[in-house]
Design a protein around this ligand. Sequence first.
Ligand code: ADP
Length: 556
Amino acid sequence: MVVLALATAAYTWVVRIVVDKAQNIGGGDAMSSAKTYAFAILPILIGIPAISGISNYFQRILANKIALNSVAKMQKQMFAASHAADYASFSREPTGNRISKFVSDVSVISAALIRVLSNLIRDLLTVVFTIAAMLWQNWMLSLAMVIFALAIWPIIAISQKMRGSAKDVQEHVGTITSELKESFGGARMIKTYGLEKHEETRLGKSFDERIRRFLKLVSEQARVDPILEVLGGLVIAAIVIFGVYQVSADLATPGSIAAVLTGIMILSPKLRALGTLNNVIQEGLSSLTRIFDVIDETPQVTERTDAVTLENPRGHVVLEDVSFTYADGTQALNGVTIEAKPGEMIALIGESGGGKSTVINLIPRLYDVTQGKISIDGHDIRDLTFDSLRRRLALVSQDVTLFNDTVAANIGLGNLSATHGAIEQAAKAADAYDFIMALPGGFDTVIGEDGDTLSGGQKQRLAIARAILRDAPILLLDEATSALDADSEAKVQGALETLGKGRTQIVIAHRLSTIKRADRIYVLEKGRVVETGTHASLSKKENGVYARLKSLQMEG
Ligand code: ADP
């Protein structure tokens, strides 16, 4: 950049030499004077552009390399921070908004960085060198440049506005990404309900809003250029008029006037480029703020520095007088006490909203209890390392999480160091082996986003195979509410029984068969345990909540 800037500023000399040499060359015949002249000026006319071109090439590649590397590092940090953040942060910020930070904000920053790296220093140096060259050539004339200083105040005011508008634009990109994600994710419902037009209108409004916000930003950006252009005109006028006076009074050579004018010709676009560079910088800064919001977020649920590792877990889970309130103030649990002894199966039942899922969320510390404590084998879970706590747990929930990867890879997420043989064993134990082998690629079949190519029962069995592979002493189960067909149902139930053998199970139960097998049932209502007992003892209770629930939901 330094070389490039020097080469550019050197043009003022080139013009001076070209003009003054042409004047002094007189005498002799025209042809030989032209020849002498050509020999004198050609080396500079070819040499300077060559130096400038070569340095431009290297500078550009370097600038891109630095910008791309920085941005990739930022993406990695932001991704790590996103997963290190509290689980609650995922419900606070729509996923699409988060995604847009990885895609859109990052590309705004990348563009800004590339421009800053290629232009800021080069243009600033060019401006400094050119001004120095002009002062050297004819300092009095060069003073006309102070007129440019008039632009400083308006540019600062415009910059502040621009940063706000750039933030508006990026935030809206986040909204659009969220809306698109929702809309495409809901394709099945949208088609079945014939909502295509409705969606077109809804998203159409968002796309139009983007234009509105963008134009606001552009109209602010566009104000900088004309200010500098008009000032540039004034500067040139001052130089020409005063220059004519200097030459007439024999105070300067025409070459030096031409040199100063050339300097202005170089300076003017560079100053304007710095003005528009400021636009890009403001946009980049606003995106940077959005990204740093993610990177700098401090999680509330953290591992203690002196956390202990849980050795030889038995799977004794106790919730002692646990209360929990969500960030929005909803009290989901209120003084709940639940115990699951090693190897026991505990069923949580009750009307929706009673707090069953919250119990399941608290055990892996997706959230920390607001009051009371949860312990595993006598250790408060807040005293355990995340790794030793979570390695003791396996979760099978009704909405199975599958990635667009092979069957083997999806099961393998249960234990990342499992061998292919172990994965096949787990599949067999989950009664999934036969259907997997019937897939076109067997265990190497890619199952599509969310496992779209599989049936509900098949997805459940993959999730169970994953949990079997994990081989954890404690199972958290969220039984599917929607009934599968009889055959799938029997297979899933069979797989679940295999999975549950010898493990502590805490199940959000919906099926009477599960509830009957449970060692203890906890009926949750409005965040409290209202009844506890076995199926037999609770069924006998006249007017009991359990008896009522059973008659309402589970008979038949
Ligand atoms: P259940 O699983 O028994 O249906 P939940 O544990 O899901 O009950 O919910 C208990 C209460 O907590 C409900 O009032 C529910 O609206 C509320 N709740 C659940 N999840 C959240 C959340 N992420 N933020 C705020 N409130 C929540």
